[in-house]
Design a protein around this ligand. Sequence first.
Ligand SMILES: CC(C)(COP(=O)(O)OP(=O)(O)OC[C@H]1O[C@@H](n2cnc3c(N)ncnc32)[C@H](O)[C@@H]1OP(=O)(O)O)[C@@H](O)C(=O)NCCC(=O)NCCS
Length: 181
Amino acid sequence: MIMLTRSVRMPDLEDKAVAVNAAPIHAAAICRLISHWAERGLTIQRGLRQIVTSIDQFVVAIHRGRVVGCGALELVSDQIGEIRSIAVCEQASRIGAGRAVMDALIAKAHARGLSELVLLTKTPDFFARFGFETVAPVELPFEYVAMIAQQPGRTLEGKIAMRRVLACTEAGCVTSAAHAS
Ligand SMILES: CC(C)(COP(=O)(O)OP(=O)(O)OC[C@H]1O[C@@H](n2cnc3c(N)ncnc32)[C@H](O)[C@@H]1OP(=O)(O)O)[C@@H](O)C(=O)NCCC(=O)NCCS
């Protein structure tokens, strides 16, 4: 008897990108990812030395042993954090690397007891999936606006400002946005 078998594509658990805290060894790959999108106007260029010295802010997404995505959580104050330098390699887009990075950074923010996250972006629809809401620049915390003004090459112009409130209760940290991940 001849058995006809059809090849069925099973979901491959190893095919999912996972996020981990970045280590100095990841700095060069992070630099390349950020530079790629900075040349296209979507991220702000960051030098290798600057990345190495702030490596604790970064998480990386790993897929099949390669760094395919990155992002950073920078403290603005003891309550506010900025999500920045989110970048995913084009060849690895839409496989969950961006989500893995965002989930890890939001978990980091919760772990540090932050009450608010802010960011500037040209891709607001991506961040809306993580509970961020668009706000007018005047609604941004003054510490954040002051921080941006002090950082070379950074401006609010041409960017969409977004924020997400993180509230902590005795039961743990929850988000104010019902649709957040
Ligand atoms: C935006 C970006 C981070 C998305 O990364 P990604 O790994 O492809 O995203 P994921 O596969 O994890 O997708 C997560 C969710 O976001 C959605 N999404 C992905 N890219 C999106 C985009 N550009 N706009 C809106 N939604 C987007 C996906 O459909 C998915 O939604 P779902 O979970 O409901 O299906 C990536 O395309 C990138 O690096 N873009 C250039 C740099 C940039 O714009 N960075 C942000 C500014 S700092």
